[in-house]
Design a protein around this ligand. Structure first.
Ligand SMILES: O=C(O)C(=O)C[C@]1(C(=O)O)C=C[C@@H](O)C=C1
Length: 353
């Protein structure tokens, strides 16, 4: 076939695709109407997970599953936007990794609002001024984001889904590497690239900033300066990428949480985040955690944080596999509660990577 004939075939197929997309959208709108009547949220992470898994199973190529997921991400993003004007607040400024994570989860049809602090994101969602909030919670190299954990102490928001984003840091500058005298970097990012910076830019002055986007903005304005930031920031601030993947650990990833006001139903592969405080007794934490062993619940994380209510009192943030609506986990939580002053379920959500 000649190019012209292939293009004719493509035109015919596109006609079908547009028709089918609109047919799909009519069902989406009908679902939106039913959800509105039932007082349900429109965003259904458990259903999105099922749709994505199903289309990948159906896929026989040549499109890769990753490409298919990106296409469906946008199809469902437009579906969400048509069901309701959804506002997603995130820890800004624009062009940070949190922004990138939010787009990865919700696509480009929604309204995004960058906010100054993690506390602001929690408040806007609590007050109903934003439907969802996106905040970082832990990095595989640098550990937990303590501000986010601390916010859960006084908040009733639910974790409705998680986003795991591989973090690839770049060195951005208008100048060649040997001319760089100053490096702007967020402390978390610097922590993730420390060995690279020591080996490659041993004599530069390092200036810590409040965000990766801010680093790029300052590097753009300052003579002989460079920034550590992501690709989105390079694009937004028009800075050339001198080197990619400068993080010390190739498997560097950050986990972000999506905060909302309603819980997510089970998918069969979920994770549950809890916050507990144990009695002041010898072995109390040990006895509390025995509940998970008894019911064969896999614990994937435990972090302790000072309660900030009483000196030497701690909260433990625990992640386990399973959903609170599954009987096995429900039973384990009941047993756990017998050894705790308090147990709060922060959310059960799909265990997406
Ligand atoms: O199934 C639903 O609940 C829908 O609203 C439809 C749909 C989709 O496009 O498939 C859209 C948004 C939801 O987050 C999940 C799925």
């Amino acid at each position: 076939m000649h190019i012209q004939e292939h293009r004719k075939a493509i035109d015919r197929i596109d006609q079908q695709i547009v028709k089918l997309l609109n047919e799909r959208t009519r069902h989406v709108l009908a679902i939106g109407e039913l959800k509105r009547k039932a007082g349900q949220e429109v965003y259904a992470p458990h259903r999105e997970q099922a749709v994505l898994q199903r289309v990948c199973r159906l896929n026989k190529g040549p499109i890769t599953n990753e490409q298919l997921r990106a296409i469906y991400r946008e199809i469902m993003s437009s579906a969400l936007a048509l069901e309701k004007t959804l506002i997603v607040a995130y820890l800004g400024p624009e062009a940070t990794f949190t922004h990138q994570a939010a787009i990865q989860r919700f696509g480009s049809s929604l309204q995004y609002v960058p906010l100054k602090t993690i506390a602001d994101v929690f408040h806007e969602v609590s007050k109903g001024r934003a439907d969802y909030g996106v905040v970082p919670v832990e990095n595989s190299t640098e550990g937990v984001v303590t501000h986010t954990l601390d916010m859960f102490v006084d908040s009733d928001l639910k974790i409705v889904s998680q986003i795991v984003l591989p973090i690839q840091h770049c060195l951005l500058s208008r100048y060649p590497k040997d001319k760089i005298r100053r490096l702007y970097a967020h402390p978390q990012s610097l922590g993730q690239c420390r060995a690279w910076v020591q080996a490659n830019l041993p004599r530069v002055e390092i200036i810590e900033t409040s965000s990766n986007a801010r680093s790029a903005e300052l590097a753009r304005k300052t003579p002989y300066a460079a920034a550590i930031a992501g690709e989105l920031a390079a694009e937004k601030y028009g800075l050339p990428i001198l080197e990619r993947d400068i993080q010390d650990n190739a498997a560097n990833a950050t986990r972000f949480l999506v905060l909302g006001r309603q819980s997510t139903p089970p998918t069969g592969n979920d994770r549950t985040s809890l916050m507990i405080s144990v009695m002041h007794r010898v072995g109390a934490l040990h006895s509390a955690l025995a509940a998970f062993r008894r019911y064969r619940i896999n614990m994937t994380k435990i972090e302790s944080r000072p309660s900030r209510r009483k000196a030497w009192e701690y909260f433990f943030f625990i992640d386990v596999e399973g959903h609170v609506e599954e009987p096995r986990l429900a039973r384990a939580l009941k047993m756990l509660a017998e050894h705790c002053n308090f147990v709060k379920v922060l959310g059960s959500y799909p265990n997406t990577e």
